[in-house]
Design a protein around this ligand. Structure first.
Ligand code: AHM
Ligand code: MG
Length: 327
């Protein structure tokens, strides 16, 4: 018998006494939005949705039409959920706060609506990433940013959808990581990867090697060692340039993904709140690791909703070896 993501999260919630199924209501907003996004992506070449929208976002990057559509789909579907009081999107400079009645608006949600969107015009995988925090209703009037400026360890759930040859959703609520494949015949995400476990080591490393010469020395030496073979293993490189797709390979096959500080992005390129944190949470739940080069990603206290971080993420063997490097 099939298990849909909705059924699955309801079962997970039953493990927590007092849970009212609110998270499953919120998650249904996310799954609906991602189905809307996937149906646009699936037909992208046939609709007028490819190319740039003519605006730049808060990161100074050109917005693609599909970035705009994906953002609107999430804002709309989540805005309809009365238990969501705040949304932070890569595409919006400021958080969006929603006026909720007392007792509602339990959650704040952070997302990257369409990750890797520079790949969309060439029919390469893209994704959506999300991270959910509990908002303290007693603190309704406090600085809204404070609800999401919490270390990743405080996430109550996190997940991503990778739009590839099939559309796969992976999520965690801190009780393991689970993957669901969208069955187009019934329009539901169906459990396909029960209790995901990242291999303890792999044979792939993943970094944008065009910038190799400008990587800090410890990254260069580490990658050079992997190229020569490491702990008796021969490594290959794989780099898609869509974080979700590179992560999805890493969780299934093991190995390591690295986005070091570079001269153009001295603090790293990837965003802590809606890229590194949710993927770090899932990686750890699957037995992997995620660090900013030195420290655990999930322990970083954020100070800005759009802040960036270097990221080294993957199997235990590779990330531990990096951490212990001659740095
Ligand atoms: P985006 O959110 O604007 O799509 O940018 C993030 C993407 C990640 O998906 C990917 O890992 C990275 O940028 C690739 O960057 P680069 O082209 O510098 O290698
Ligand atoms: Mg992104």
């Amino acid at each position: 018998m099939i298990v849909t993501v909705q059924q699955h999260i309801l079962q997970q919630q039953k493990k927590y006494p007092g849970a009212r199924g609110n998270l499953s209501w919120l998650l249904s907003g996310i799954t609906l939005a991602t189905k809307m996004i996937e149906s646009k992506i699936r037909r992208a070449g046939l609709l007028d949705v490819l190319g740039a929208a003519g605006e730049t976002n808060v990161q100074g990057e050109a917005q693609q039409k599909l970035d705009v559509y994906a953002n609107q789909a999430l804002l709309h579907c989540l805005g309809m959920r009365d238990n969501v009081a705040m949304m932070v999107s890569e595409e919006n400079e400021e958080p969006i706060t929603l006026d909720r009645a007392d007792g509602d608006g339990e959650y704040a949600i952070v997302f990257d609506p369409l990750d890797g969107s520079s790949n969309i015009d060439v029919n390469v995988n893209v994704g959506t990433i999300f991270s959910i925090f509990r908002r303290d209703p007693g603190q309704f009037k406090m600085d809204p940013n404070a609800h999401v400026l919490q270390p990743g360890l405080k996430q109550v759930a996190a997940g991503y959808v990778v739009y590839g040859p099939s559309t796969v959703l992976v999520y965690t609520t801190g009780n393991g990581a689970f993957g669901f494949t969208l069955d187009p015949a019934i329009g539901a995400y169906v459990l396909s990867h029960d209790n995901l476990k990242m291999p303890d080591y792999g044979t792939y490393y993943s970094a944008n090697e065009s910038r190799f010469d400008s990587f800090p020395a410890n990254y260069r030496e580490y990658i050079a060692d992997l190229r020569e073979g490491f702990e008796g293993r021969e490594y290959s490189s794989r780099y898609i340039g869509s974080l979700v797709a590179d992560f999805h390979r890493t969780i299934l096959k093991g190995g390591v993904f690295l986005y070091p500080p570079t001269p153009s992005h001295p603090g790293g390129k990837l965003r802590l709140l809606y890229e590194a944190n949710p993927l770090a949470y899932i990686a750890e739940q699957a037995g992997g690791m995620a660090i900013d080069g030195k420290n655990r990603i999930l322990e970083i206290q954020p100070t800005d909703i759009h802040q960036r971080t270097p990221l080294v993420l993957g199997s235990k063997a590779e990330v531990t070896a990096f951490q212990a490097w001659k740095a």
